[in-house]
Write a protein that binds this ligand. Structure first.
Ligand code: ZN
Length: 363
């Protein structure tokens, strides 16, 4: 309703000819009809996603993961994946792994003994194959579960060498995905992932000796620019690992990605949470039903409830009104965040929350 009409109606109601509440409600009802809802491609309606994975947790040469990466990332609100070589981890390091998990980092299966997946001349250790799956996949899986309480869902191949048999076996063991697609040490948009990239062919960037340090932050920016998911393989920080990152460079990288995260452009997440988000999104549908000045949103989820996660609903709201409150079917007040262009973001797990009741008021 135009401002002038509203002013006339207001005058009429103030003179007592008609009820002001009724006018108020009818205008509000009209605006609520124009509320649009969608789920966002990436969590928190960000433009892109970045997953940093530190390989080789456990070997003394990669101790910078424990000594520096964990605390520096925590200070910058960054959560990463750490790929564990289980044969190398002692009791003290398992305790540290558990602490890192409480900081939000994800334990990743990086085999038990870190052998080569193929017989290639540059690979420094022996080759593993089908006969070793019980050790290199099952034992390492079991050790991570027993020592951290977390079921590993993601696999990182040593030396980035995999075979189709290995991938089939991981699928049969209920892994969600693996870093096993094409990779590069350069920056190239072809090595980003989209929401439909197969989880066992996830492409990635590898940071090794001689790779420009700027490429670390640039790959996160590229994900934002292209609206896609960048996965970055690194090793240790200020240690003897393969292509270690100097401590100051690591801090600068954390600052750069934290800034993108705080701007709302980048979601920084270990890989399994990204896949859970995508899967939950694919299996979630919703309907909206307006009853007077209340908008009811029903959520339907037909996926695996063990692997469900929050999805972000984005409500685009006419500029004349704003949300007063959101209450779930479990009678809980649901928090929401105001986004750009008169939108609000609501994170809900549709395996738990089945309906939302949204109340509005004038802006
Ligand atoms: Zn490795």
């Amino acid at each position: 309703m135009k401002k002038m009409n509203f002013a006339i109606l207001l005058a009429v109601c103030l003179m007592g000819f008609i009820s002001c509440t009724e006018i108020d409600d009818s205008i509000l009802i009209g605006h609520i009809k124009n509320v649009k809802i969608e789920t966002s491609k990436w969590k928190n309606d960000t433009k892109g996603v970045y997953s940093l994975i530190h390989d080789d947790f456990g070997i003394p040469n990669a101790n910078g993961i424990i000594d520096y990466a964990d605390s520096i990332a925590k200070a910058h609100d960054v959560k990463f994946g750490f790929a564990i070589i289980t044969n190398e981890v002692d009791e003290n390091e398992w305790a540290i792994a558990k602490k890192m998990i409480t900081n939000g980092h994800e334990p990743i299966n990086h085999t038990h003994r870190h052998y080569c997946g193929h017989d290639v001349s540059w690979c420094p250790s022996q080759v593993w194959g089908v006969d070793d799956f019980d050790i290199e996949i099952d034992l390492s899986h079991q050790l991570i579960l027993e020592n951290t309480g977390i079921t590993p869902l993601f696999f990182a191949f040593p030396f980035d060498q995999s075979t189709p048999e290995m991938i089939s076996y991981l699928k049969s063991k209920n892994y969600l995905g693996a870093r096993a697609g094409a990779f590069t040490q350069d920056l190239n948009p072809d090595f980003l992932n989209d929401s439909d990239t197969p989880y066992f062919q996830l492409k990635f960037y590898a940071h090794g000796p001689g790779v420009p340090i700027e490429n670390l932050s640039k790959s996160a920016s590229l994900a934002v620019e292209k609206g896609m998911w960048a996965i970055r393989e690194v090793h240790g920080v200020a240690d003897g690992s393969w292509g270690p990152i100097p401590k100051d460079d690591y801090i600068n990288h954390m600052k750069a990605i934290q800034e993108l995260q705080e701007k709302g452009d980048l979601w920084i997440s270990p890989p399994s949470s990204v896949m859970k988000y995508l899967e939950t999104n694919k299996h979630t549908s919703y309907t909206q039903n307006q009853v007077g000045t209340v908008l009811n949103i029903s959520l339907m989820y037909d996926g695996n409830s063990d692997l469900s996660s929050e999805v972000t609903l984005v409500l685009e709201i006419p500029k004349e009104i704003e949300v007063k409150s959101i209450v779930s079917d479990t009678n809980e007040e649901i928090k929401y965040v105001k986004g750009a262009d008169n939108t609000i973001q609501v994170n809900v797990n549709p395996a738990i929350v089945k309906a939302l009741e949204v109340d509005f008021k004038y802006y």
